[in-house]
Design a protein around this ligand. Structure first.
Ligand code: SAH
Length: 246
């Protein structure tokens, strides 16, 4: 296995901000012309003194918003692996949870294998259905999960924040506990390049109906719960980094 650095990959600047603010970090540039994509890379030490690279999909140069979703995530992972040969990537971020699976706002999940896509449906003969759904492996250490009191669950990715009836049907069929927009893309690259991937996802909104949602849409819940969910994420993330730095 590579002796390279531990890389923490985020989709949004707001998700990475508390980790960066608590530690000591410097912005660094990539060897590829990354300004074309808006990737933001930092190198330094976490609050607990562990050396990491923090990579954020960053700001789309034209639209000036966070480059969320599978395309930027997979591209960033490819670039990170090519430049740093990381010994592991930790993809940390926010996500939707499911009341039916015991999920609550602020829960932090350690992703289980396989990580899937719920919005890629290709009913052609052969392996197309399975290929489209991803089914990629992730690293899931039971000892780590128990030590940090994390929840275990299947993470499913798609390129929309909302959840159509069709999406919901496939999320249920795939056994997803966590709905977000990057993990399965990152896992596809990590599998191809043999880099272990850990998924750490904090719940900002409940996707299925629940009194806790108070009739709020996914977007409204997300905005209301964001800071709470991000603080729970960062507390756990610092400990996960410590665990894999020993
Ligand atoms: N920037 C938007 C919110 C984006 S939320 C705003 O301010 O309104 C989308 C990001 O959070 C993605 O990176 C995704 O991985 C994650 N996410 C959180 N809740 C989600 C959900 N219910 N469904 C899909 N992605 C979710």
């Amino acid at each position: 296995m590579s002796q390279g650095p531990l890389v923490i990959q985020f989709a949004m600047r707001m998700e990475a901000a508390p980790l960066l603010a608590a530690g000591h970090f410097q912005p660094i540039s990539l060897s590829v012309p990354d300004h074309r994509y808006g990737f933001l890379i930092h190198q330094g030490q976490t609050r607990l003194g562990n050396e990491v690279i923090v990579a954020i999909a960053g700001i789309h140069p034209r639209d000036q918003v966070d480059s969320i979703g599978t395309l930027s995530a997979g591209l960033l992972t490819h670039v990170l692996i090519s430049q740093f040969q990381p010994r592991m990537i930790i993809n940390a971020g926010t996500a939707g949870g499911f009341h039916a699976r015991g999920g609550q706002v602020g829960d932090v999940y350690l992703g289980e294998s396989p990580v899937v896509f719920h919005d890629r449906r290709v009913q052609l003969p052969g392996n197309f259905p399975r290929f489209s759904e991803g089914h990629r492996p992730v690293r899931h250490d039971l000892e780590l999960r128990q030590a940090l009191g994390l929840k275990a669950g299947v993470v499913s990715s798609g390129d929309s924040l909302d959840c159509t009836d069709e999406d919901m049907k496939h999320l249920l069929r795939l056994g997803a506990s966590v709905k977000e927009m990057e993990a399965a893309a990152i896992a596809t690259i990590c599998e191809a390049r043999a880099v272990p991937l850990v998924l750490l996802k904090s719940i900002t909104d409940i996707v299925d109906d629940h009194p806790q949602s108070e009739g709020l849409s996914t977007e409204e819940q997300f905005l209301k719960n964001y800071s709470f969910a991000v603080s729970s994420l960062i507390a756990k993330l610092e400990s996960v980094i410590e665990w894999y730095s020993r």
